[in-house]
Design a protein around this ligand. Structure first.
Ligand code: ATP
Ligand code: ZN
Length: 305
């Protein structure tokens, strides 16, 4: 355990996570599911993994791509909205090799949208021609305008974008939307989705030092395992051998099921399968209709492909 101790250790991986916000709990939950044990004091910038050579750095989500790009952290958990905005900014500055998006994650879903004030007649992107659009995502918005051949003024704000039209600073906005209630409260409505976002894992553009490669590989494999397990179910049932083909077709998102003979039960067999999709009551009813009995659906806790 000696090598698991101490900060700034070249053997230890560093991962950047949002300090306090919408991504924090799900990010820490993901790391816990990967087996990481850590202690986190209040307002601590960093916490040290107790059972893995992995430390977590807590920062604003907007700083995560920069920390990973500059190789201060090896990995980061952050939304695609921030990833895209930073990637375009780095590209424009021609900084050389860019941080990479390794894997999409099943949390932090939201949309970056064009929203217009009540009474604004929005038809399509051309309705934005010549308008002033307030946003904290100038690069993603500018790319969208360019792709659609629209000339509009991008008003860059650092926050409170939704009140810009009422203050006369812009005609409309481009901002993150999850429920739409903030929009409604500000007399705005959704007009167009510019980017569908969710959390993702990013990694440094630099080669990971040899001493850290094994744990990087293990962590990435565990993260992949955790993501695969979400929504997966393990199904066990009994069925006549003659119904196997029909039953295999009904099992949602499963690869070759395991078929086990049942001692002294003639042609009846037990079928076990991992289903990568949700299993609904309707599926169970269909399985029963195809001849299955004793159907059990169990959650999958861990999976290693
Ligand atoms: P800070 O910059 O201080 O870290 P913030 O105000 O930018 O915080 P949050 O509002 O916590 O951040 O949002 C962080 C990220 O969570 C967003 O950039 C986006 O990727 C994602 N997000 C935004 N809205 C939602 C939502 N309603 N549900 C889930 N994730 C969201
Ligand atoms: Zn932020």
């Amino acid at each position: 355990m000696r090598e698991f101790q101490g900060a700034g250790d070249p053997m230890r991986l560093k991962i950047a996570v949002q300090k306090s916000g919408r991504l924090t709990d799900s990010s820490l939950d993901l790391l816990s599911r990967c087996g990481l044990k850590y202690s986190r004091g209040k307002d601590q910038l960093m916490c040290y993994g107790e059972n893995m050579p992995l430390d977590v750095l807590f920062v604003r989500d907007d700083d995560i791509p920069d920390l990973v790009q500059e190789d201060v952290c090896d990995l980061g958990l952050v939304g695609l909205n921030v990833i895209e905005e930073k990637r375009l900014a780095f590209q424009a500055r021609d900084v050389g090799p860019l941080f990479e998006t390794v894997q999409l994650l099943d949390f932090g879903r939201c949309r970056l949208c064009i929203a217009v004030p009540d009474g604004f007649a929005y038809e399509d992107a051309r309705s934005l021609q010549g308008r002033r659009i307030a946003t904290t995502y100038p690069n993603v918005l500018s790319r969208f305008l360019e792709e659609n051949g629209i000339a509009a003024e991008v008003v860059v704000l650092s926050g409170s974008v939704e009140i810009a039209p009422r203050l006369g600073r812009a005609d409309l906005i481009c901002d993150l939307v999850s429920t739409g209630s903030t929009l409604a409260a500000n007399h705005l409505r959704h007009a167009h989705t510019v980017l569908e976002s969710q959390a993702a894992l990013i990694r440094t553009p630099m080669p990971i030092p040899l001493q850290k490669q094994e744990w990087t590989r293990r962590l990435l494999m565990r993260i992949d395992g955790v993501e695969q397990v979400k929504g997966s179910k393990y199904i066990m049932l009994h069925a006549p051998r003659s119904a196997l083909a029909a039953i295999a077709k009904l099992l949602p998102g499963s690869e070759a099921p395991t078929v086990i003979p049942l001692e002294g039960r003639g042609d009846r067999v037990a079928v076990h399968a991992v289903c990568r999709e949700n299993v609904f009551w309707e599926t169970l009813e269909d399985l029963k209709g195809a001849g299955a009995t004793s159907v059990l659906v169990l959650p999958v806790e861990k999976m290693l492909a």
